[in-house]
Structure formats: structure tokens, C-alpha cells
Design a protein. Structure first.
Lengths: 304, 791
């Protein structure tokens, strides 16, 4: 099993579960949502972010690179992503802070230590820890289980922000320690799901049913992208699914699409299909909220 | 400009306060000079000071602004500012600068200039306290002062730094005169060698009681005279009410809520006319002190919340009408603002330890929200017992973005005061004034002596005691830094330098204290400060129950990051040598972008809950604290430390070359205990955690600024978490936190188009100010403060 890497530890996280939380973002995701605003979260391995706009083509990275990944071509730095092994030698030498490694390995105890730092905030605010990604449920589960167990022993609330696309055994292993699952539903139509997200949604929906049957607390998160899933039809299908399967929900977050991830794609030298992706209008979000309310669901929030 | 105020009366008064142009008012200087010429040599110094105040209050121009319900201006009219030639005799050039400068200017007329030249300067030039101070300072003191190692608070303004107590609302000045009579009768001329001095001091206090009662009577008469003249029936009725109030206060104790506020205001005028003390004067725990009057008036059907709020708003305008005395030179740089730092504490606990929030507390929050004025500075005291509703209401106002109210930790304040030797009851009656300074209200003289430039001394340390701005050898030789083999050697050298300058500063302060005790007693302030009457001693000579001097450390964020940068990069990681670093500093990193990037971006920094840097902060703090706290002052008390800057962090940065943390030459150093700008990248909980590693309870106040983008505190969730952040910081013994909730773009717009942002108020450091009144450097500094937002 591969080593888990954390690409961000977000403190004062107030939109990933109740209270003031620390969210640990794990690198690597089995899905490939077109609208993903955290492209650095998708691949499992450590990557190099290269902020082109900060680069002054001084060439320090060319000298620093043991793999010849950086070259000065016509006075400009050119970076070969295939040759780059993300060793990080160029990061310290870059005088403009234009390079950064994404993804860092921590031992479980090191992570627990990070989590402990804001204990007083969790206790005052009813917050805790959220594990997110990428996808936390496809990481090395020995590691994740140990992390959850240690956090649980300290009395911290643990929320799991998941896309649901992982073997159910993984969920079952951490179930005793978890407070709430922040569970994504992105599309109900299996074909469309495959088109926009890269995989079939059957496993995701089955896991949701199973978690519900196991008595887990569930908060549904629905990213809404105009032109993809921001439609009455999708909301109707979602409501039907939840009702048919008698899913008990704590609440819902309707998360309108935003394109703040765009520059990250550039920094990773990847393309982004942002032209097709649009922000849904506020009235539509309000309408969706009302649909949930009309069907007896509660705690519907627009935004995080 | 946006009109604010609960009704037309208040809106008009507020508008008048904001539209009036700050100007010099020479009347006090004239009357003071007359009085000195009349009395000097024939009476004791305290009696002369008292007679001078009486002469002033007997003859000064009265001012009642139409519509106001609380009367009395310090100057001739709103924004009129008397001068204090006995403390600081302005040169003609000072007056020209004051008039012509773009920021914090005061209009000075041709007549004023002429009067200053013909009368004031010839009489006061050699007599002024400022002159006496400079004559008595050593060459080392002068050199360090001029280099910006420290500042001197008492060079143009009197010591004060104190706050009123409940006594103000419970006694009239006739009652004080009785107390004084009793103290005089108890003087022991057989055994007490100071008895005669005490007699003079007590006589002086009694004369000051006369002075303030004369002013009250004159206002009563003037209000009746105006009532005769006006055709407006409402205004006539108001004027007659004002007159009746002034028949009662200040001579007698107040009987109504309205009179209680008027009583405070007369006392405020007494303190701030006698001398020009730092931080003006403050009404103590206003909500608790005036609550009994509010309750009685409401029960009697004479007052409702709307009327009470109107009176509070009238009082707020009075505070705002009084600009800080005109400052010049370094004193202006360390406190570049019109704000005179009257600071109102709301909430907290009662003297018997119960929750202190009452109906008036909420009215005061409404008043501050409605008025949105620079003065008075308004804050809330939050204790473990404070209701969440009160905290959230305060957060709701604070997140509107203009920096008020600031949040203070009652439980920490009480422990700080207990730790400094106050009784539990006196501690619970205490609070904060000025920016963040802890004091036992009504019982303590807690004098701020000056700011101390911690990062500048590190600059000297790196260059063997030489000031790189002037090339002068200012400090002792502590060795060529290039030869230091370890971080410990560097730390050792820094400690030697700091100790050297602390001795210079404290010796100077002790001398200055004696000068004030001898030449500049404050008998009026002494009346209302426990236990001056009982002891027969002046406030400036140790008469108060507690006497503390403070030295305010500035730039702890910068100095921490400097030491961390050298320790990490030079001694541990060996990324570059000391020689290379010194070269980079001397050349402002012009040729050393690699070093600049390493120290700026790849080095542990204070403000990220990282023990590497935070433990260095603790070392510096503890070293500074242990070398100041407990040293004796000249009033029978001791020195202690505060960590706050007002605007001094801009001045202190201006006198420095580049520093080892990547701060460029002349840029501001960090303010309060906040991290260096841009250093804190892990969000507000990490900042608060880092700050809480300092032992706040060993200080007399620390200042933490947090800048949020509006989105972070939006909505009910944002509000709740803001409140939780405050609570958690306070659970960790944090002393104070304040918020700027405004986005960077707005500030940049306001800098480019000041005319469109006349109303924009921002938090500076322990106080708020109009953005347009800040220097460009300070504006930039606020824009560059790390914004806590989401990724």
C-alpha cells in the first residue's frame, strides 16, 4: 500500500463540519471530476507546483535539478514534467518562491500532534477534525484507522469528507471513530456520472445505503455546476433516492461551483475545461433548497 | 459623508464634530501665563498649579453647542485644542509645521503666532518641562533617543494614564472638600516631616475643587442666559435642564442618569485642562457606574432607553470634539493621531465577581454601533461569565469592519492586576485604558514611559553596537558577529545590548519622574485618585494607592523572526554565512534575492504555532520582562512591561536598515504582539496559539491585531466562530484582540481615492483612526497585514 501524503492542513476550517476544525487533506482521488478545484489533490504522488507568474528566469532551478527537468530555453525556464521527480531541490534554491512541493508524508503521531494544536478551539466551538482529500477513503487504511483511533481516544470529533468511491470495508474499519460523514452526491445518472466524473456511481450509492444502515450520521454535500448537474431533474432524482432508501440526513450543503482552482491547473501545467463550467444562479439554488425542504429534509445550507 | 445618530439632534452634533477643523486654542496658554505671573514665588508649587487652573476655569470662554445635552468643551469650540506651554513650549517653527502638515494638522492663526512669539516663548522657553528634561538627560540618552532606540512619553505630555472610578459618580466636589478638610485636620506637624508639603498639596486640591465648581456655576448661568435668548421652545427647555444639572454637579453628587454623565464630563475637563495627560481620562466602568441612576430613573418613569441612548450619544460627541493635544517631533511619530485614547470598558465583572453586563452595557454597544466615531475608543471586557449574547453583539459590531469594539479578557486583567499586587476587589474594579493598558481604575497611577525598539537593538548587535543609519557607535562593543560560532554567542551579545539601553532608558525615566513630582503636580487628578487625599500626596509624587511605570516593548514579531532566521539559516542549516547576511542587510537585499527568499519564505516564523520560532519569542519576552519588571520607580512602585505600539512601529521601522527576517529598510516593524506582516500563514488559530505562548499575565497589556476578509466572518457561522475564537484566545489567557474586517482591494481603493472614503475607519493598534489620516507608510502597513481568509 502506498504512503499517504497530506497536501494541506487547514486550520480554522469552519465550512467542513461544525465548529472550528482542522481539516487534513490527503492526496490522491479515484474520481476525476471536471470541475475539481483542487487539481493538486488528484494524483497520489508528491508533485511540484510551479508559479509561472513569480518566475524571473534566473536559472537557479536549472542548476539545482539533479534530473535535468529544468532548462533555460531562449532565456526562459522550461520545465519537463516527465523528468521532474519532485525531489524539491529547486524549491529552496528558487529565489522567487515560485516552486513548492505539494504533498508531505507525516507519521500518524506527527499528524496527531498537528491535530492537538487546536484542541482548545475544538472544545470551545464544538469543532474537531475533518479528513478530506483528494479522497481519504482510498488511502492506506491501516494508517487512517490508526489516525482515527488516536484522535478518537483524545475525544475529538472526526468528520470524514468523502466522495464515497471506495470499498465498503474501508468505511467499516473507521466507523466506530467517526462522528459524521460529509458525503458527496454529484450525479444520479450513471452514464453522466461516468462522463463527467470518470466512474460509475453504483459503488458510491451502495456505500451510502450501507453507511445509513450501519447507523452512521450523514451530511450530504452536493456540488452544483451549471451545464453539468444544476438541474431540477438531478435534485428530484437525489430526493427520490434518499427517500426510497430512507437515508437519514443531518443536513445538506448545496455548493455552487467556483473557478478559484483555475490558477492551480496552470501551476501544475494541466488543462482545465473551465469554459464549459458555469456558476448556477442564486435563484436556482434557493429553488433547490426549497425542493429539499418541501420533501421534509432539514438544515439545507447554500455554501459550505 | 454618511449621517449617523439616532435622531436629528445627534446627527447635527455628530456632523458638527466631524466638520469642525482641528485648531490651536491659545486661551489656556494666555491664562496660564497670567496666573504664573501672578502667583509664582508667593505660593507653593501645588497651590500655584491649582490657582492657575482656577484662573483658567474662572475666565475661559464657555461653549454650548446648540442641541447638546452634555456641556463643556476643553477648547473654545469643537476640535479646539489648548496648548500647555508649561510642559512643551512650541517654537514658531513647531506652530508652522502644525499648521502646514498634511496629517494631524492644527490651524494656527497669525494672532496665535504673534502671541506665541511675544508672550509665550519668552516666558516659557526655559521653564518648560520639556526643556528641564532635555537639560537633565545624558549624552548617551540623547544619542539613543535620537537614533530611535526608545521614545519618551513625558517629553511633551504629562503623566496620567489613569481612569476614573465609581467615586466620581458618588461624590460632589463639596464632599471632596470635606474629605480634604479632614485630612488637613489630621496632619501631624510633630512627627511627620512632610506635613507642610502635605498641607500645600491638600490646599491645592481644595482650590481645584473650587475651580471645577466655578466652571459648573458658570455653565449653569450661561445656559440660563442662552435660554433667555432663544426662541426655540425645545432648546429653551433643554437649556434650563442643563442649567439645573449644573446647579447640582459638579458641586454635589449626581441625582439622575443625565447628571451622572454631566458629572463625568466636568471631571474629564478638569483632568484634561489641568495637564495634557496621555490617554486623556476615561469614565471607568461606565455601564456599571451609571446603572443605578439608569435603573432609578427608569423605575421613576423619568427615563426610557431611547432617552438614555440619546444622552450617551451626546456624551460620545463630547469625546469626539476633543482632539489629542498637538504633538510635534518624535512624540507625533509615536502617536500620530487625533485620538486622545479615552477608552470605555463595557461588560466584565462586578467588584464582587459577578457578571457585570447590564442594560446600559447593551445601550453602550448600540451607541458605539450607531455613532461610529473615533473617540471614545470603545471596548468590551469579556469574562468567562459574560453572556454569549453580549459577546456576539460585540462581534456583530466588530465585523462591520471599523475596528471597534476591541475585546479584552476580564479574567486575564484581574490576574494581571493580582500578580502586580492589587487587592482582588481593586483588580475586579480595574480594566484597560489607552490602547490595552491594564490598570486599577481610580486607584493607580500607571504611567507609560516610552516605547522600546527591540529589533533596532538587534541591528546594533549584528554590527558590534554601531548604528548603521548614522555610523555612530551607540551601544557597547559586543563582538564582531562574523566571528560568532554559535547562536548562543549572538543571543548573549543581544542581551548585553538590550541591558545597556534599558539602563539608559530607566535612568532617564526616573529623573523625569522627579521633575514632574517637583514642578508639575496634578492636584485636580489627585482629588479623584485614591489615596491621594488620605496621604496628602500628589498623583505625580506617589499619592495613588498603586504606582506603576511601564515600558512598552515594540516589534517582538520582527525580532523573533530575525533571531529565528539567523539561528536556522546561519548556524543550523548553514544556508549562508553571517558575512553574507550582513552584506545583504547593508545593501537592503539588493544583490541577495536568494537570502531574502530563504529568510522570508523558508524559515520558521512566529505566528504559525511553530515552537521553533515561538520558543525564541518566549526567550526574548522573558528576558525583556525579567530585566524590567520589579525595578523600582521614584514613586514607591515598580516598572513593568506592556507590549503595544500605537503608531510607533512605523517610526521604529523607519530608523532601521533591512533586518534579518527579510523586512526591508525603513519598513515598519511588527506591531503589538502580532506576527510580522505576511509571516503568519496558518490562519487565525495558529496566530492566537503563538501569541498565547507569551505569558500575558506577567504584563500590563498586550495587543493583537487580526485582519479578516469579510467572507470569513460572514453569516451566523462566521459570527459564531469569531466569538469562539475570542473565547478560546481568552481561555488561553490572551489579553486583547481586535479585528479589521475589510478586504485589501477596498483599502487600496481608499488609498488611491481618499475623497471617496472619507468615512473609512480602520483599526490601527489599540485604537481606530480614519484611514485618510494615516501616513502612507502606515496605510501600506495595514494593507500588507496578513489577511486571514480561506484557500
Amino acid at each position: 500500500m502506498k504512503k499517504p501524503y497530506v497536501f494541506n492542513i487547514q486550520k480554522y476550517s469552519i465550512h467542513d463540519g461544525p465548529g472550528i476544525r482542522t481539516t487534513f487533506f490527503f492526496k490522491g482521488c479515484p474520481l476525476s471530476c471536471q470541475w475539481c478545484h483542487n487539481p493538486e489533490s488528484q494524483r497520489h504522488e508528491v508533485e511540484l507546483m510551479y508559479y509561472h507568474e513569480r518566475c524571473v528566469d534566473c536559472g537557479a532551478c536549472v542548476k539545482a535539478c539533479p534530473n535535468g527537468a529544468n532548462l533555460l530555453v531562449d532565456g526562459h525556464v522550461s520545465m519537463n514534467r516527465v523528468l521532474c521527480k519532485a525531489c524539491g531541490n529547486c524549491v529552496d534554491e528558487c529565489t522567487m518562491n515560485a516552486r513548492e512541493l505539494v504533498g508531505k508524508y507525516y507519521t500518524v503521531d506527527e499528524l496527531v500532534k498537528e491535530a492537538e494544536k487546536d484542541q482548545m478551539f475544538y472544545e470551545e466551538s464544538g469543532g474537531g477534525i475533518t479528513l478530506s482529500g483528494g479522497e481519504v477513503m482510498v488511502q492506506n487504511m491501516d494508517y487512517i484507522e490508526e489516525f482515527c483511533r488516536k484522535l478518537h481516544r483524545k475525544g475529538y470529533s472526526i468528520d470524514i469528507d468523502t466522495c464515497g468511491f471506495a470499498p465498503y470495508e474501508n468505511f467499516a474499519r473507521i466507523l466506530p471513530y467517526v462522528d459524521t460523514f460529509l458525503y458527496d452526491i454529484k450525479l444520479m445518472d450513471p452514464e453522466k456520472h461516468k462522463t463527467y466524473i470518470g466512474v460509475n456511481n453504483r459503488l458510491i450509492l451502495d456505500n451510502l445505503i450501507a453507511l445509513n444502515q450501519a447507523g452512521a450520521k450523514i451530511n450530504i454535500r452536493i456540488p452544483l455546476v451549471r451545464g453539468v448537474n444544476s438541474s431540477e431533474e438531478f435534485i428530484r432524482q437525489t430526493i427520490d433516492f434518499l427517500r426510497e432508501n430512507q437515508i437519514r440526513t443531518l443536513g445538506f450543503n448545496l455548493l455552487p461551483y467556483h473557478n478559484t482552482g483555475k490558477s492551480k491547473y496552470e501551476n501544475l501545467d494541466r488543462s482545465y475545461a473551465d469554459e464549459q463550467l458555469k456558476v448556477p444562479p442564486q435563484e436556482q439554488l434557493e429553488h433547490f433548497k426549497q425542493m429539499f425542504l418541501d420533501n421534509g429534509f432539514q438544515n439545507i445550507k447554500i455554501g459550505g | 459623508m454618511e449621517e449617523r445618530g439616532m435622531n436629528e439632534r445627534i446627527r447635527k452634533l455628530r456632523r458638527q464634530s466631524l466638520d469642525a477643523v482641528a485648531h490651536l486654542d491659545m486661551e489656556r496658554a494666555r491664562l496660564m501665563t497670567e496666573a504664573y505671573k501672578m502667583y509664582e514665588g508667593s505660593v507653593s508649587v501645588p497651590e500655584m498649579r491649582a490657582l492657575a487652573l482656577k484662573h483658567y476655569f474662572s475666565n475661559k470662554t464657555l461653549c454650548i453647542n446648540e442641541g447638546e445635552l452634555i456641556v463643556g468643551e476643553k477648547g473654545d469650540s469643537p476640535q479646539g485644542s489648548p496648548s500647555f506651554p508649561e510642559l512643551c513650549c512650541h517654537t514658531l517653527q513647531d506652530l508652522h509645521v502644525m499648521n502646514d502638515r498634511e496629517l494631524i494638522s492644527f490651524k494656527v492663526s497669525e494672532d496665535d503666532l504673534k502671541y506665541q512669539e511675544d508672550v509665550i516663548i519668552p516666558y516659557w522657553e526655559k521653564r518648560s518641562i520639556r526643556n528641564k528634561i532635555l537639560e537633565n538627560m545624558t549624552p548617551e540618552w540623547k544619542a539613543a533617543y535620537e537614533a530611535g532606540i526608545f521614545t519618551e512619553f513625558m517629553e511633551q505630555r504629562g503623566p496620567g494614564h489613569t481612569v476614573g472610578s465609581i467615586k466620581i459618580y458618588q461624590k460632589g466636589y463639596l464632599d471632596y472638600q470635606n474629605d480634604i478638610k479632614e485630612a488637613l485636620a489630621n496632619l501631624d506637624f510633630f512627627n511627620d516631616k512632610e506635613a507642610l508639603d502635605k498641607k500645600a498639596e491638600l490646599n491645592a486640591m481644595s482650590i481645584c475643587c473650587d475651580a471645577i465648581m466655578i466652571l459648573g456655576k458658570r455653565y449653569a448661568a450661561y445656559a440660563r442666559e442662552l435660554a433667555e435668548r432663544t426662541d426655540d421652545p425645545q432648546w429653551k427647555q433643554d437649556l434650563l435642564l442643563i442649567a439645573r444639572n449644573c446647579d447640582v454637579v459638579p458641586a454635589h453628587k449626581p441625582e439622575t442618569f443625565h447628571q451622572a454623565l454631566q458629572m463625568y464630563w466636568f471631571t474629564h475637563l478638569g483632568v484634561t485642562s489641568e495637564l495634557n495627560p496621555w490617554d486623556a481620562y476615561s469614565p471607568g466602568r461606565l455601564d456599571q457606574h451609571v446603572y443605578p441612576f439608569y435603573k432609578a430613573d427608569v423605575d421613576a418613569g423619568q427615563l426610557d432607553d431611547a432617552k438614555a441612548l440619546e444622552l450617551l450619544e451626546c456624551l460620545w460627541v463630547k469625546f469626539n470634539n476633543q482632539p489629542a493635544p498637538p504633538k510635534v517631533g518624535i512624540t507625533l511619530k509615536e502617536s500620530s493621531t487625533y485620538t486622545d485614547f479615552a477608552n470605555i470598558n463595557t461588560g466584565g465583572i462586578t467588584p464582587d465577581g459577578q457578571d457585570g453586563v447590564n442594560d446600559v452595557s447593551y445601550l453602550i454597544l448600540d451607541c458605539m454601533d450607531e455613532m461610529r466615531l473615533l473617540q471614545p475608543s470603545s471596548n468590551v471586557q469579556i469574562s468567562r461569565k459574560t453572556p454569549q449574547k453580549f459577546l456576539k453583539r460585540a462581534c456583530e459590531i466588530s465585523r462591520k469592519g471599523w475596528g471597534q469594539p476591541a475585546f479584552y479578557n476580564t479574567d486575564a486583567i484581574v490576574q494581571e492586576l493580582l500578580n502586580a499586587g492589587k487587592s482582588l476587589e481593586d483588580a475586579r474594579r480595574g480594566g484597560t485604558s489607552g490602547c490595552v493598558e491594564t490598570g486599577a481604575f481610580g486607584n493607580e497611577a500607571y504611567i507609560l514611559t516610552g516605547y522600546f525598539n527591540l529589533p533596532k537593538i538587534f541591528e546594533l548587535t549584528l554590527f558590534d553596537g554601531k548604528d548603521m543609519m548614522t555610523g555612530k557607535q551607540l551601544g557597547p562593543h559586543t563582538g564582531d558577529a562574523r566571528n560568532f560560532q554559535s547562536y548562543e554567542e549572538l543571543w548573549e551579545a543581544y542581551q548585553k545590548q538590550v541591558k545597556y539601553f534599558l539602563d539608559i532608558k530607566l535612568m532617564g525615566s526616573n529623573i523625569i519622574e522627579k521633575i514632574y513630582a517637583e514642578y508639575m503636580p496634578a492636584p485636580f487628578l489627585s482629588i479623584i485618585t485614591n489615596d491621594c487625599i488620605k496621604k496628602g500626596k500628589d498623583y505625580n509624587a506617589g499619592g495613588a494607592r498603586y504606582n506603576t511605570n511601564y515600558l512598552q516593548g515594540v516589534g517582538i514579531g520582527t525580532i523573533t523572526d530575525c533571531l529565528a532566521a539567523v539561528k536556522y539559516n546561519v548556524f543550523e542549516q548553514k544556508k549562508f554565512t553571517m558575512e553574507e547576511l550582513l552584506h545583504a542587510l547593508e545593501t537592503n537585499f539588493a544583490e541577495d534575492s536568494r537570502i531574502l527568499n530563504l529568510v522570508r519564505n523558508k524559515t520558521p516564523k512566529y505566528g504559525n504555532d511553530d515552537d521553533y520560532a515561538d520558543s525564541i519569542m518566549r526567550d526574548i519576552f522573558e528576558f525583556y520582562r525579567s530585566n524590567v519588571t520589579g525595578r523600582p520607580n521614584m514613586k514607591g512602585g515598580t516598572y513593568r512591561i506592556n507590549m503595544l505600539p500605537t503608531t510607533c512601529h512605523v517610526y521604529f521601522g523607519d530608523v532601521m536598515i533591512a533586518s534579518a527576517n527579510g523586512r526591508l529598510a525603513h519598513k515598519p516593524v511588527s506591531e503589538g504582539i502580532s506576527p510580522e506582516k505576511g509571516a503568519d500563514v496558518k490562519g487565525p488559530t495558529a496566530v492566537v496559539k503563538s501569541c498565547s505562548k507569551m505569558d500575558h499575565l506577567q504584563t500590563g497589556g498586550t495587543l493583537l491585531n487580526q485582519k479578516f476578509t469579510p467572507a470569513v466572518v460572514a453569516g451566523e457561522d462566521g459570527l459564531n466562530q469569531m466569538a469562539n475564537l475570542v473565547r478560546t484566545y481568552f481561555n488561553m489567557d490572551g489579553h486583547h484582540i481586535q479585528f479589521n474586517v475589510i478586504d485589501r482591494e477596498t483599502l487600496i481603493q481608499a488609498q488611491n481615492h481618499p475623497e471617496d472614503y472619507k468615512d473609512l475607519i480602520v483599526r490601527v493598534a489599540g485604537y481606530s483612526d480614519h484611514f485618510r489620516n494615516l501616513s502612507k507608510a502606515l496605510q501600506d502597513e495595514i494593507i500588507e497585514r496578513t489577511e486571514q481568509s480561506f484557500h
